[in-house]
Design a protein around this ligand. Structure first.
Ligand SMILES: [Fe+2]
Length: 444
């Protein structure tokens, strides 16, 4: 098995090397005197604990005050149990969970454990241990009220740039990590899911990571795995049932006055689909007094001026944009395109002060490198665009105001390259009524 794992892991490295030798990548374009970064080496993060100790530990929010702890052991006998408490080394609570595993061709996963712990106090540090063995971890719960800060970055992968992005993220505090798809870039090589889990554990075990799927999570193989998402759904379960969804591929959750809708670019989104029906219902449940901010995440961008992946999000935009517009969604974040781009507020390809602001943040550090070419002349809807690795931060200060910033990676520090203040649409009188209501008033 170890030999098989090694050869699977070596394959992309060999492929990368051959591709690089045959088609060496230029050192990127130079605009604004900034040298764009080239793609970097894959990082394989080895398993360095005993087979009974937890690895790939990560946490995610469940409901108002609970946390799902997820981890994997090679040893199938290890107990699915989390001990936790607010003092290091002292565990006043203990919760049992459930375990599962999956098979993908000749690969058999370890024992995948999930335990939902809580109720937990907001803005509080908890110490925890998984399965009664191994290292102690700790996390901080998000606040119950504003301010709250989200880190947002898609298309992470597991390269030296990914490691650089995560280090930059870790330099200043935040509450919740949001990923609009493309996590491990395992692309069916299952040991790379394990390697990714180990790479992100130091970060994903101490702040909740909430994810939605990208195309690199699909892993469909005709006849044998026709539905795909075997590894993604098993390793990264999200709280979809809590929002009335019947699929881990789309769901919503609320945290500290923010309603977050995680859409699925790779689940059916047509007007007859279950996802569409679920979204319609979910939007009707939003109470803008309780959650003045509404954010949506999707993988393939609905708006992009990059030459990469042009048109891939268009059919989803046509199906769902009106629903988000009428619900006065504040912000839509996407990944997929490996660059950063911030748009103005848009509805139906036109600037609209009551539409969502669109951001593409697919620049986490994947092995495919950057999407270098933007279309020219630039669209007046696109206000900032740059093909560099980095991450975004959304700090929501209160019911009405938030600050969005993009932090470009360079060799030493994360540079704040773009920033803008945003006002919630729930606070803008001109947008407080739906277009249909406005027309009715005018007619009166
Ligand atoms: Fe993608």
């Amino acid at each position: 098995m170890a030999k098989c794992t090694k050869s699977l892991v070596m394959f992309p490295i060999l492929l990368q090397t051959i591709c690089f030798l045959l088609f060496p990548q230029p050192l990127m374009s130079q605009e604004n005197n900034f040298v764009r970064q080239p793609a970097s080496q894959l990082i394989i993060t080895p398993h360095q604990r005993s087979n009974s100790e937890p690895q790939q530990v990560h946490i995610s929010l469940v409901g108002k005050d609970k946390m799902r702890v997820s981890w994997i052991t090679e040893d199938k006998e290890t107990e699915t149990m989390v001990e936790y408490g607010t003092k290091a080394g002292e565990y006043s609570e203990k919760t049992m969970g459930e375990h599962t595993s999956y098979q993908y061709f000749f690969y058999n996963s370890g024992k995948i454990h999930n335990a939902v712990i809580g109720p937990l106090e907001p803005n509080t540090t908890y110490f925890y241990r998984c399965g009664g063995l191994g290292p102690e971890f700790s996390f901080k719960t998000p606040p119950s009220k504003f301010p709250i800060e989200f880190v947002i970055v898609g298309d992470l992968g597991q390269t030296e740039w990914t490691a650089s992005t995560l280090k930059h993220v870790d330099k200043s505090d935040y509450d919740v990590f949001l990923i609009p798809g493309d996590l491990s870039y395992a692309d069916s090589q299952q040991p790379l899911w394990d390697s990714f889990g180990r790479l992100v554990e130091p970060y994903a075990s101490k702040r909740p990571w909430m994810v939605t799927e990208g195309n690199h999570e699909i892993e469909i193989f005709p006849i044998i795995y026709p539905k795909g998402f075997e590894a993604y759904n098993t390793r990264w379960p999200m709280p979809f049932q809590e929002s009335g969804s019947n699929s881990n591929l789309y769901y919503s959750f609320e945290v500290a006055g923010v309603h977050i809708i995680m859409l699925g670019s790779y689940a059916d989104f047509s007007v007859e689909s279950q996802q569409y029906e679920w979204l319609q219902l979910d939007l009707t449940k939003i109470d803008r007094v309780k959650t003045p901010w509404v954010i949506t995440m999707v993988h393939a961008p609905w708006y992009t001026t990059n030459e990469a992946h042009q048109g891939e999000g268009e059919s989803m935009r046509q199906a769902m944009e009106e629903l988000l517009f009428k619900a006065r969604v504040d912000l839509v974040f996407a990944g997929h395109v490996h660059a950063y781009e911030r748009f103005t507020r848009i509805y139906n390809n036109k600037a609209d002060s009551c539409g969502p602001m669109y951001v593409t943040i697919g620049d986490g550090g994947n092995r495919e490198g950057l999407a270098l070419r933007f279309k020219n002349p630039p669209s007046p809807l696109s206000l900032f665009r740059e093909p560099s690795f980095g991450h975004g931060r959304l700090r929501i200060l209160n019911e009405t105001h938030a600050h969005w910033s993009w932090h470009r990676n360079n060799d030493k520090d994360a540079i704040v390259a773009d920033g803008i203040w945003i006002e919630s649409l729930s606070n803008l009188k001109a947008c407080s009524e739906t277009p249909n209501q406005q027309v009715a008033h005018q007619e009166l």
